[in-house]
Write a protein that binds this ligand. Structure first.
Ligand code: FES
Length: 327
């Protein structure tokens, strides 16, 4: 049996029952991964020919032109096949780990967003844009994106408080400086692609700004000179946060443009009014050659994905980890 890996054109011998991720790693084939347990989605790749069994289910090729996506860490090889690994020159491998951390700072970023800063006992390696699972107590666990870089001394997260939310209620009422938090990760596929040299679009809704800040900081710290367009959408002026930080970054980096779009409650033209996706549609008629990072609630991410595809961006160049309202 053989496994052919595209676009590298590499062929490796395999045996029935081999785990796909293990084979790829054993042969030093570039593949991103993190959790190795089917949770983070980082190891997703495409089956172009042949059959792969993922989590006990056969991945059938329904359209030979499109292939079938599988998670390599959960997939078993049973016959010769051809797979495609995504972006082999943009691989991130931060083996998932659990680190103990301590709350060193909590502040109200807005009326319903908390900014939480943790000091971890050991460094957590991650790429800008990824997220981690925060366990405040055994019963209070939620995923949140890092707003910082893994080279920073502290880990920063933004938490939107959900009315009557069990976990966010705990964070709002009981979490305090000095408390322990277990951080496990990293996870997520919407991480900064450092090799890309064309324009970048970052669309953030609400606390989707956290991973976008990490991506911006990562891109600027790496000296990327790409045009970077940030669209930050909020419901009302009271929901805007980190505006000074965004303005200061834009002032220092001429390749960065930041626009804040407010859906309602705008007076005297203080802010641009409307939906963030409408603003992108108005400003950016042609997105051929761009890469886009979408971070926010699923309806915004879905609407933006449709729009970007219509504007010419390649589907595989839209990176999104939609945030589901985590109570
Ligand atoms: Fe496969 Fe996380 S590494 S899903």
């Amino acid at each position: 049996m053989e496994l052919i890996v595209q676009p590298l054109g590499q062929s490796v011998p395999v045996t029935a029952g081999d785990n796909l991720l293990a084979v790829l790693r054993e042969h030093n084939i570039p593949i991103s991964y993190s959790c190795t347990a089917g949770r983070c989605g980082t190891c997703r790749c495409k089956v172009l020919e042949g059959r792969v069994v993922e989590s006990g289910q056969e991945a059938k090729i329904t359209n030979p032109n499109e292939g079938q996506y599988v998670l390599a860490c959960m997939s078993t090889l049973n016959e010769s096949c051809v797979i495609e690994v995504p972006e082999p020159d943009e691989i991130v491998t931060h083996p998932a780990r659990i680190v103990k951390a301590e709350v060193v700072f909590i502040e109200d970023a807005t009326h319903d967003i908390k900014r939480i800063v943790l000091r971890s006992a050991k460094p957590l390696s991650f790429s800008p844009g990824q997220y981690a699972m925060l366990q405040f107590t055994p019963e209070h666990v939620r995923p949140y994106s890092m707003a910082c870089l893994d080279s920073d001394d502290l880990l920063e997260f933004h938490v939107r408080l959900v009315p009557d939310g069990r976990v966010t209620g705990y964070i709002a009422e009981r979490l305090k400086v000095g408390d322990s938090v277990r951080v496990s990760g990293p996870m997520g596929t919407a991480y900064l692609r450092r090799k890309h040299e064309g324009p970048m679009l970052c669309v953030a809704g609400g606390t989707g700004l956290a991973p976008v800040l990490s991506i911006l900081r990562g891109a600027l710290a790496a000296g990327m000179r790409n045009e970077i367009h940030v669209y930050f959408g909020v419901r009302s002026p009271a929901d805007i946060y980190c505006a000074d930080e965004l303005a200061s970054l834009a002032q220092r980096h001429s390749n960065l443009r930041v626009r804040i779009i407010v859906a309602m409650g705008v007076r005297d033209g203080a802010y641009r009014r409307g939906l963030v996706t409408d603003a992108v549609a108005e400003d950016l008629p042609n997105l051929e050659g761009w890469r886009a990072y979408l971070c926010g609630a699923p309806p915004m991410v879905d609407a933006a994905t449709l729009l970007l595809r219509r504007r010419g961006i390649q589907p595989e160049h839209v990176y999104a980890d939609a945030f589901y309202a985590s109570a």
